[in-house]
Design a protein around this ligand. Structure first.
Ligand code: SF4
Length: 539
């Protein structure tokens, strides 16, 4: 670590820096984020929005998946200028965590009910398998929790400096080719540690992924901690552990510790890594508070040594690295066999946007054609499980009648968009509608384009929609149009891929939002013209 930083300290608890070095740390020290639940139920939901303590409103509410929405009508040019209170609407975004993306019919219907009753019908699938609702009023929150919790769902630690939703393959336990079913380990971590004060004050968010999926759909390379299914030399199934991945404004891929973790050890290894992050993570500056910075400074050897010596109390054996992902698209769209002889049907709404009514339709179809089990994916898509082969085409037709495509174009299948200016206070530009419009335009202009191609659209320099690992990454910002006006547009990143390279920011390469379809069409036509046999866009 550079000497200047050592002198000032990074706010690492384990080195004795317990005094808060910024406002967020101070808020967390003043009161655990988990304690806000009682105040929401007993006071704020009864006394109304104006009764909410600002430190709860803009801080601790996140521990229960609640953010104030952006006040409508404030343009992106004001995002960086205005104070939080000027950007705040009186409504909330609520994130429902769906660990492993696994939903029973009752759970899906509960979310659909909450959406239609309390969230003006909104429901967005996120790229971390959550469902986000909007327009939620503080008065409704206790009733929403009651509905969700009655079916085993929760918003606890869906946001905030906490262990967020745990990613899992939507086909866990049913995929014919999976290395290992990570569902029991996801449940165990959830039951032991989510909502526990042991990990409710981390330096920042902590994103986990556990999967034995051969497509590696949980994108282990960009999670704070990831367990990837492998088989060791003795034929034993377990996990390879990766730590320190993350995108945002300083993207880094996670690093392998090189250790083999048995399934029964997963929860304590997870707790050990989360504990290192809690104790040694940098708390002085928010933008350096993710575990990736610690890993970057320490390296995987030192990290593993501390984990084994001080947190586990035993050494982990070395283990194999996972192979390359199977298939060019790391997703589960389409009709494919399960190992029990049934089929799963993965389908694509546009950029994850659905609504409460559609969720009810999906729940009906899942029960009519399958067992009712539904999964959310890490690409803003959904999967219906347990469909007999002879009924898959009828289900596909019913889904498509609701514009939920089972055989979508490349553009619909692989375009993702973050929340953007419609609801997000950090946004500079619109994303969801532009993403939907872009898909429609490209489908019309390039109907024969079938190569894998990811287009990810962000509304600001953060990377909620993973722009740095997209073939075409679009970072929202204001740009100057031909008439010299400041308008919504995007900085272009080209050639990114998960685990490969981060997309290159081509200097000065920006497009206005209006010209976006023309720009993407030009790039893709040039690719089609110049590509050699078998060459992908990523190549
Ligand atoms: Fe908001 Fe920016 Fe994240 Fe989009 S990338 S959801 S605009 S913070």
């Amino acid at each position: 670590m550079p000497p200047r930083q050592q002198r000032r300290g990074e706010g690492q608890w384990a080195l004795g820096y317990r005094e808060p070095l910024n406002k967020n740390e101070e808020n967390k020290k003043n009161d655990d984020g988990l304690n806000v639940r009682d105040r929401i139920v007993d006071i704020y939901s009864k006394a109304g929005f104006d009764s909410i303590d600002p430190a709860d409103l803009r801080g601790r509410f996140r521990w229960y998946g609640l953010y104030t929405q952006r006040r409508p009508g404030i343009d992106g040019g004001k995002t960086a200028i205005l104070e939080d209170e000027d950007l705040d609407d009186r409504y909330f975004m609520m994130r429902v965590r769906i660990d492993g993306g696994q939903l029973s019919p009752e759970q899906l219907r509960a979310i659909a009910d909450v959406s239609t009753k309390y969230a003006r019908g909104t429901a967005d699938l996120t790229d971390r398998q959550n469902i986000q609702l909007h327009w939620v009023e503080i008065e409704s929150v206790p009733a929403i929790w009651e509905t969700l919790e009655s079916v085993g769902l929760s918003t606890t630690e869906a946001c905030g400096d906490t262990p967020r939703v745990i990613l899992g393959c939507p086909l866990a336990g049913i995929d014919a080719d999976e290395v290992i079913d990570a569902t029991p380990q996801i449940h165990e971590i959830n039951e032991r540690y989510i909502g526990s004060p042991e990990f409710s004050n981390l330096p920042r968010k902590f994103k986990s992924a556990l999967s034995g999926c051969t497509a590696q759909c949980t994108v282990h390379e960009i999670n704070d901690i990831a367990f990837v299914g492998v088989v060791n030399d003795d034929g034993e199934k377990g996990y390879d552990i990766w730590v320190g991945g993350g995108l945002s404004t300083n993207p880094m891929f996670g690093k392998r510790l090189g250790a083999f973790v048995r399934p029964d050890q997963v929860h304590e290894v997870w707790a050990g890594v989360a504990g290192i992050f809690r104790d040694y993570g940098y708390r002085r500056l928010r933008h350096r508070a993710r575990i990736k910075f610690l890993m970057n400074d320490w390296g995987p050897e030192r990290f593993r040594e501390l984990l084994e010596k001080d947190y586990l109390g035993y050494a982990l054996p070395d283990g194999p690295a996972p192979g390359a992902p199977a298939g060019a698209r790391r997703d589960h769209v389409g009709i494919r066999p399960q190992r029990d002889g049934n089929y799963y049907v993965g389908f694509a709404p546009k950029v994850g946007r659905i609504n409460g009514e559609l969720l009810h339709v999906i729940a009906d179809l899942a029960q009519e054609y399958g067992s009712g089990r539904v999964r959310t994916t890490t690409e803003q898509k959904m999967v219906i499980l347990d469909v007999p082969e002879e009924r898959t085409e009828a289900l596909a037709a019913d889904l498509e009648a609701n514009d939920l495509q089972v055989r979508p174009s490349t553009f619909r299948r692989q375009t993702m968009a973050c929340t953007g200016i419609e609801f997000c206070k950090l946004a500079i530009v619109e994303t969801k509608q532009r993403g939907m419009d872009l898909i429609s335009e490209l489908e019309e202009r390039l109907p024969d384009f079938e190569e894998p191609l990811t287009i990810n659209i962000n509304g600001c320099p953060n990377s909620c929609a993973r722009i740095q690992v997209a073939d075409i990454g679009l970072k929202g910002q204001l740009v100057t149009d031909a008439d010299g006006n400041q308008v919504e547009g995007y900085q272009i990143h080209l050639g990114g891929s998960i685990g490969g390279a981060f997309g290159k920011k081509v200097r000065g390469l920006k497009t206005t939002a209006d010209e976006l379809p023309d720009y993407v069409e030009r790039v893709l036509r040039r690719f089609q013209k110049q590509k050699t046999d078998g060459e992908s866009f990523a190549d």
